[in-house]
Design a protein around this ligand. Structure first.
Ligand code: SF4
Length: 472
C-alpha cells in the first residue's frame, strides 16, 4: 500500500488469536467501537482520544472485552483501517476486530490491505461493501464504486491461509418483508461458503429479529458465532435515524414513542433508560445464543467504565431466560419493534424459548411474477442461449436487455435471471446491500431492490438454491 507507515512494534504472537479463541470457547465478547478518522484529521486529537479509550477497555477484568475499528462515522475519505490501527497502541492486537470497507476500493486495494494487516499482525478482518453516503448524489454515483464483501471474502479465501486471517461478515437481519429478508440470508450463505467464520449484525433493537438469525443458522446446522451490534442511543442519534441519515437503521413508531417519552423527562432520565436498555439487550443476547455484542456510541473512557459496571450488574441479575424475559417484557417487549405495516418474521414462536429446538417456520407466499415478467424472461432465455462469452453480442444485448456493457470476463446476465446488476446503483452482484427501506425498496433509487425481483424469478423457475451460489 503506497505511502503507509506501519509501525511494527506491536506485541504479536503469530499463533495466538484471542478473539478467535474466545469465540471457540463460547465466551461472550464485548467490543467497543472506535471509528476510523478522515484522511485529513488531526492525528494528535485522534490518538489522544483513542489511546486512553483502548487502555480503559484493556483494563476491564471479568469481562471479555476488545475494540472494533470501522468507518462508523461514514466519512467520505476515511484513513485505511489497517494504517490507522497500526498507529494505535494495543497490548494484544488480536483481541480486536477490523472492518475493511469496499467503498471506492478495488480488488488490489483489498488484497494490499489484508496483506498489510498480516504484516501488522492483525488477523481478525471483516470485509464490508461500504455505505452510500448522503453526499453521494445519484448522478455522482458513477464516481463511487463498491467492492462487494462477497468478492473480498472470495479473495481472502483464495490468497490467504485461514489460520492467518480469521474473517467474518455482516448481515442486516432487520428486514420485515419476505422479499427483503430472504435475499439477505441467501447472500449470507454465500459468505459462509466462502469462509466467513462469524457474523456481525447491523445496528438494530429488535431482539426477535436477532433471535430469528440464531434460529435460521441452527435450523440449517450452522453453529457459527454471531455478534449483535447495539447502538447506545443519544437524542442526536435518534434524530439522525429519523431523518434517514443512516440507511438500513430504523426505529419503529412504537420504539420511537418510547424514546420520545424517555427524552421528555430530561437528559439524565433518558440516559439512565438507555443504560437499562443496554443491560436488558446484552443479557437477552447471551440467553438467545449470541457470542457477543459490538457497542457503538460510547464516546469516552468514563462511558466505558460505566458500561462495564452496568454489564456486570446485569449479568448477575438474571439467572434464567424466563427471569430475563419477564423483566424485558415489562420494559420493552410490548413495543412493536417492526416498522408497521411491515412485520414479517420467519418463525411463529420466536421468544417463547431461548433455543431453536421447537422453531416453527411460517409458510411464506412469495409474490408471483407478472405475465410480462414471465414473458420477458422466456424471451430473454430464448435469445440468450449460447451468448455468454466475453462481451458476447454486445449490440444485441444492448438492444434487448438495455445492457450496460460491464465488460466482465463472462456475462452473468443468465445467472441473475436476466436482471442486469448494473440497474443496482451500488452494482451489487451477489445479493442486496443491507440498506433497503422498510418496504424492501432501494434506499437510493425510487424503485424496488433488484434482488426482490431476482428472488421472485428464481422462485418461479424453482431455482432458489441457485441464489446461494456466488456469482462473481
Ligand atoms: S438495488 Fe438493492 S442492493 Fe442495490 S443499492 Fe438498491 S437496495 Fe442496495
Amino acid at each position: 500500500m503506497q505511502g503507509s507507515q506501519f509501525k511494527l512494534d506491536l506485541h504479536v504472537d503469530s499463533n495466538k488469536n484471542s478473539f478467535r479463541n474466545s469465540l471457540k470457547n463460547g465466551e461472550f465478547n464485548i467490543l467497543f467501537q472506535i471509528n476510523v478518522p478522515e484522511i485529513d484529521c488531526n492525528p494528535d486529537t485522534i490518538f489522544n482520544r483513542c489511546d486512553p479509550f483502548i487502555k480503559t477497555v484493556e483494563k476491564i477484568r471479568k469481562l471479555n472485552c476488545g475494540i472494533a475499528v470501522l468507518n462508523g462515522k461514514r466519512h467520505q475519505n476515511p484513513l485505511n483501517v489497517i494504517e490507522f490501527a497500526s498507529q494505535l497502541e494495543f497490548s494484544d492486537i488480536n483481541k480486536n476486530v477490523f472492518f475493511v470497507s469496499g467503498r471506492n476500493n478495488t480488488e488490489k486495494y483489498i488484497y494490499e490491505t489484508v496483506e498489510a494487516a498480516l504484516r501488522t499482525g492483525i488477523k481478525n478482518i471483516v470485509p464490508v461493501s461500504g455505505d452510500f453516503l448522503p453526499a453521494d448524489e445519484y448522478g455522482n454515483l458513477k464516481n463511487v464504486n463498491f467492492y462487494e464483501s462477497v468478492r473480498s471474502l472470495k479473495l481472502i479465501n483464495k490468497y490467504f491461509n485461514e489460520m492467518e486471517i480469521f474473517s467474518g461478515t455482516v448481515l442486516n437481519p432487520f428486514k420485515y418483508t419476505p422479499l427483503d429478508l430472504y435475499p439477505q440470508y441467501f447472500k449470507l450463505m454465500k459468505k459462509i461458503k466462502l469462509g466467513a467464520n462469524y457474523i456481525f449484525t447491523q445496528t438494530g433493537w429488535d431482539l426477535l429479529k436477532l433471535q430469528e438469525l440464531r434460529w435460521y443458522l441452527e435450523k440449517r446446522n450452522f453453529f457459527m458465532p454471531s455478534i449483535a451490534k447495539f447502538y447506545f442511543l443519544n437524542p442526536d442519534y435518534v434524530e439522525d435515524i429519523i431523518s434517514g441519515k443512516l440507511p438500513g437503521v430504523r426505529i419503529s413508531p412504537d420504539f420511537l414513542s418510547i424514546l420520545r417519552k424517555e427524552s421528555n423527562v430530561g437528559f439524565t432520565q433518558f440516559m439512565s433508560a438507555q443504560w437499562r436498555k443496554l443491560q436488558l439487550m446484552l443479557t437477552g443476547l447471551k440467553f438467545i445464543g449470541y457470542s457477543g455484542v459490538l457497542i457503538e456510541g460510547l464516546e469516552s473512557s468514563s462511558d466505558v467504565n460505566v458500561a462495564q459496571i452496568k454489564i456486570k450488574e446485569a449479568f448477575n441479575e438474571f439467572s434464567s431466560f424466563e427471569d430475563w424475559k419477564n423483566a424485558y417484557s415489562e420494559y420493552l417487549a410490548r413495543a412493536e419493534m417492526a416498522p408497521y405495516p411491515y412485520r414479517f418474521y420467519m418463525y411463529r414462536n420466536l421468544f417463547k424459548e431461548a433455543y431453536a429446538d421447537n422453531a416453527r417456520e411460517k409458510n411464506v407466499k412469495i409474490p408471483d411474477c407478472t405475465a410480462k415478467e414471465k414473458l420477458k424472461y422466456k424471451f430473454s432465455e430464448f435469445l440468450w442461449k449460447g451468448k455468454t462469452g466475453k462481451n458476447g453480442k454486445i449490440s444485441l444485448k444492448k438492444l434487448i436487455f438495455r445492457c450496460a456493457d460491464c465488460r466482465e470476463e463472462k456475462c452473468i446476465l443468465q445467472n441473475l435471471f436476466y436482471v442486469c446488476y448494473k440497474k443496482c446503483p451500488k452494482k451489487m452482484v451477489n445479493g442486496p446491500c443491507g440498506d433497503t427501506k422498510a418496504d424492501g425498496s432501494c434506499h437510493i433509487m425510487k424503485r424496488n431492490c433488484i434482488f426482490g425481483k431476482i428472488f421472485r424469478l428464481a422462485n418461479w423457475r424453482k431455482a432458489i438454491n441457485f441464489l446461494e451460489e456466488d456469482i462473481l
